[in-house]
Write a protein that binds this ligand. Structure first.
Ligand code: ADP
Ligand code: MG
Length: 405
C-alpha cells in the first residue's frame, strides 16, 4: 500500500470533489451509494460524476462494492492519501513528493519538498493496515464505523502525533518541527540524521546514555512517557559546535568536536504519567535503552535507575508544564486517546522494539548479539525498508518527476 503519487497530476477538480464526496459518504455508509456520491459532490449533471467515478476507480482510489441491496463505492487508502496530499498542496505545505524512506507496520515515511526545493517529511499513518479485518466489530468505538475504522483511527494517530510533537517542540524538547496535519498524515521537518540503530560507534556512550535518560526524566517532569523510546525512534544528529565552524579545521579535527544530538520521533503511543500502566511504560522505556547500550556499545551504567518513583519525585518538586493536559486541551481529547489506545491494542500495534523482535531473551547472549547486529539490514528491511536511508540527496532528484501541482 505504498503511496503512488503519479496519477495525482491528472486528476481534475471534479475528480477531487467526487473523491471528497465518497469520503464524506463513508462516515455513515459502509458502501456509499452512487446517487449519494453524486449529491454530496454538489456537481450537477450525472455524466461528470460518472466519469469521475470511473477515473477514480481505475486508479484504485475508490473501489466498487456490490452490496446485497445496492451498488456503491468505498474509499481506498490511496483515495485518502490523495485527499490529504491535495490538501497539503493547496495549503502550500507540500509541492512535490519524493522517495519513500521508510515503511513501518503502521506508517509510511516519505520525503516531500516545498516549492523552493527544501525537504520535509510526510508521515502517513496506516493503522490497522495489516489486521483491521480481525478487529471485533462489537467494540463501542467501531459500532458506527466498522469499515471506515482504519480511516478514523489513522487520523486519530496522526492527530495525536501532531499534538504531542507540537507541545514537545514548544517546550524545548528535541523533536522534529511539526508543520501540518491533514487526515491521516502529518508533515514535519526533515531531520538529517540516522536512527541510533544505525550508529555503529559512539565516542562516549556514557554521555549519550545519560542524555537519553535525562530525556526520559524530562518528559516525565512534563507529565509524559514516550512509550516507544528505543533505538529506532531516536535519531542521532551530528553537530559541530559553532566555535569550531569555518575555522579551516580538517575533517578529522572537526570530528573531535562533533556533538551528538538525539532527536526523538514517533509519538502515537505516548501516555500520561497518570496512565494506569504508567510505571510499566516508563520502566520499559528505560530498559530499552539500558539493553541496547549494553548489547551494542557494551556500556552498563553504574546506577540502577531511573525509576518511575524518582521521575514522579522530580515532577512533584519541580514540575514542568503538564503537557498531557495541554494536549487534551489542544483538541486531542481523552476520549480520542482511549479510542486509539483500545484500537491499537486490538489490532496488535506493538512498540517498534518489540515489533522487531528484540525482546528480553537476547539480553545476555553476547555471541548471538554479535550475529544479530550483523544481520541488521535484513532484520529491519522486513518492517522498515529504509532504502539507502540518509541518502537524501538521491531522494531529491526524484522529486521533479512527481510534482503534484
Ligand atoms: P513508525 O511509526 O513506522 O515507527 P517513525 O515515526 O518511527 O514511524 O519513522 C520511521 C523511520 O522513518 C524512522 O526510524 C526514521 O528513520 C525515519 N523518519 C521518521 N521521521 C523522520 C524525520 N522527521 N526526519 C528524518 N527521518 C525520519
Ligand atoms: Mg518508529
Amino acid at each position: 500500500m505504498k503511496l503512488d503519487a503519479k496519477a495525482i497530476r491528472y486528476l481534475t477538480s471534479e475528480d477531487f470533489r467526487v473523491l471528497a464526496a465518497v469520503e464524506a459518504g463513508s462516515r455513515n455508509h459502509e458502501v456509499v451509494p452512487t446517487p449519494l456520491i453524486s449529491q454530496l459532490s454538489g456537481l450537477r449533471g450525472g455524466s461528470g460524476v460518472n466519469r469521475a467515478i470511473s477515473n477514480l476507480a481505475k486508479i484504485n482510489l475508490i473501489a466498487k462494492v456490490k452490496n446485497a441491496k445496492y451498488d456503491g463505492y468505498r474509499l481506498a487508502y490511496g483515495g485518502l492519501d490523495y485527499l490529504a496530499l491535495n490538501a497539503h498542496q493547496k495549503s502550500k505545505t507540500i509541492y512535490s513528493v519524493g522517495n519513500q524512506i521508510g515503511v513501518g507496520k503502521e506508517s509510511d515515511i516519505i520525503v516531500v519538498a516545498q516549492h523552493d526545493g527544501s525537504q520535509r517529511i510526510m508521515k502517513i499513518h496506516r493503522l490497522g493496515r495489516i489486521s483491521f479485518r480481525t478487529v471485533k466489530t462489537n467494540r463501542d468505538y467501531l459500532r458506527h464505523r466498522s469499515s471506515a475504522s482504519w480511516m478514523y483511527m489513522s487520523r486519530l494517530a496522526a492527530m495525536k502525533e501532531f499534538a504531542f510533537m507540537t507541545a514537545l517542540r514548544n517546550h524545548g524538547f528535541s523533536v522534529p518541527e511539526p508543520i501540518a496535519q491533514n487526515r491521516h498524515t502529518i508533515v514535519m521537518s526533515l531531520i538529517d540524521a540516522f536512527p541510533l540503530r544505525q550508529i555503529a560507534k559512539v565516542a562516549d556512550p556514557a554521555w549519550l546514555y545519560s542524555e537519553l535518560m535525562n530525556m526520559i526524566l524530562e518528559l516525565a517532569r512534563y507529565g509524559l512517557i514516550h512509550g516507544d523510546f528505543n533505538e529506532f525512534n531516536i535519531l542521532i544528529k551530528e553537530e559541530l559546535d559553532d566555535e569550531f565552524k569555518n575555522k579551516g579545521l580538517t575533517e578529522e579535527e572537526e570530528d573531535e568536536h562533533i556533538r551528538l544530538v538525539p532527536v526523538l520521533i514517533d509519538f502515537p503511543q505516548m501516555v500520561s504519567v497518570d496512565h494506569p500502566n504508567a510505571e510499566m511504560y516508563f520502566d520499559r522505556d528505560v530498559e530499552c535503552i539500558k539493553r541496547y547500550f549494553k548489547r551494542k556499545f557494551h556500556f552498563v551504567s553504574d546506577s540502577k535507575g531511573p525509576t518511575f518513583a524518582e521521575a514522579r519525585k522530580k515532577l512533584a518538586k519541580n514540575p514542568g508544564k503538564r503537557l498531557d493536559v495541554e494536549v487534551e486541551a489542544s483538541g486531542f481529547s481523552r476520549k480520542m486517546a482511549r479510542e486509539l489506545e483500545a484500537y491499537m491494542k486490538d489490532v496488535g500495534v506493538k512498540p517498534d522494539g518489540e515489533a522487531r523482535g528484540s525482546d528480553e531473551e537476547d539480553d545476555d547472549e553476547d555471541e548471538e548479539d554479535e550475529e544479530e547486529s550483523g544481520s541488521e539490514a535484513e532484520e529491519s528491511s522486513e518492517i522498515h525498508e529504509t532504502k539507502d536511508s540518509g541518502d537524501l540527496a538521491a531522494s531529491t532528484q526524484q522529486l521533479e518527476g512527481l510534482q503534484i501541482s
